[in-house]
Design a protein around this ligand. Structure first.
Ligand SMILES: [Fe+2]
Ligand SMILES: [Fe+2]
Ligand SMILES: [Fe+2]
Ligand SMILES: [Fe+2]
Length: 316
């Protein structure tokens, strides 16, 4: 095996992280377009596993001194029927399997190899799952043929605007908290894991809004709002508090103008959880300040000698 340089290794892991990000979005989009049902739930479960892969890779990137990335790799948005989508998901897994198999011929670090092997085993299982879903979806499509196609309910322009804004925002929040979580993994375990948990919560909101749009025959936008990625923990938490404040204010404003009661309920539920996020991040910010203060007071000032007249006298 030719030895990989650190920079090459980071580049490989970044490429893999971009593809995992693409898989999350591709699979979630398919699940939301399908609406409620057993198959959609299983696909959402697979998307969550891709998020775990994204995580593991990003943490390695940070550990090796690289920058985690929020760039999304190739996302297959084609296909019209459920079997079409499932075949495209099989193809995405084929690409992932080929990439990780190739990586294992190059990577030597035993810990990293173990993680890649673990990811590869997941992708092989996903490949089998999606292959099975193609058959299942084809059978369902045949059974449905001839039955009346359900007409999607008309959606008011303001409701569509609110959900679109929500999807773009939740996607950004999800990425921002994940990135902050990766970067703080070695600095502050507690803050890192809290951010990770809230990122999963934002992914749920992303799902609620995406499904709300799909139920009304609308595609969800796949572009996210801006993401703030400062270097220091304090600045990250400040940006996170600010993002939550802006979001709950925006949702509250939309709620005064929205029309569909059911969709309003969804936005209101998200708003309630954003208020919780804001209070949680504010608490973490205060905790970080308290810890910094405590540390500053406990560290002896190096310029002061370690003995004083008093201690000399006591020693006499
Ligand atoms: Fe994956
Ligand atoms: Fe996968
Ligand atoms: Fe949210
Ligand atoms: Fe939030």
């Amino acid at each position: 095996m030719a030895k990989l340089s650190n920079a090459e290794l980071i580049r490989m892991l970044q490429a893999a992280a971009k593809d995992e990000h693409a898989a999350i979005i591709q699979y979630l989009r398919h699940a939301y377009l399908m609406g409620e049902g057993e198959l959609a739930c299983e696909i959402e479960g697979i998307a969550r596993e891709e998020m775990r892969h994204f995580w593991m890779l990003s943490r390695w990137i940070v550990k090796l001194g690289g920058e985690p990335t929020i760039t999304r790799g190739f996302t297959d948005l084609d296909g019209v029927t459920v079997p079409d989508w499932m075949r495209r998901d099989v193809a995405a897994e084929d690409r992932a399997i080929a990439m990780y198999t190739n990586y294992l011929t190059k990577i030597e670090d035993p810990d990293l190899r173990a993680d890649i092997e673990h990811i590869l085993a997941d992708e092989e299982r996903h490949n089998g799952d999606f292959t099975h879903f193609v058959e299942k979806a084809e059978a369902e499509l045949l059974a449905e043929a001839g039955s009346e196609e359900e007409m999607a309910e008309i959606i008011a322009a303001i409701d569509e605007e609110a959900l679109n804004w929500g999807v773009g925002h939740e996607y950004a929040a999800l990425l921002q908290y994940l990135m902050h979580s990766f970067k703080l993994h070695q600095t502050d375990e507690e803050v890192s894991s809290q951010l990770e948990m809230q990122a999963i919560n934002e992914m749920q909101h992303f799902g609620w809004f995406g499904e709300g749009l799909a139920d009304h025959g609308k595609e969800m936008p796949l572009e996210h709002h801006g993401v703030t990625l400062p270097a220091k923990m304090r600045e990250m938490l400040e940006a996170d508090v600010q993002l939550e404040q802006e979001t709950s204010a925006m949702y509250a404003e939309y709620l005064t103008r929205m029309e569909n009661e059911e969709l309003k309920g969804v936005v209101d539920d998200a708003r309630g959880q954003e208020l919780y996020h804001e209070s949680l991040f504010s608490r973490l910010l205060k905790r970080a300040d308290d810890l910094a203060e405590k540390e500053a007071s406990e560290t002896p000032k190096p310029s002061r000698p370690s003995w004083t007249i008093g201690t000399l006298k006591k020693g006499e």
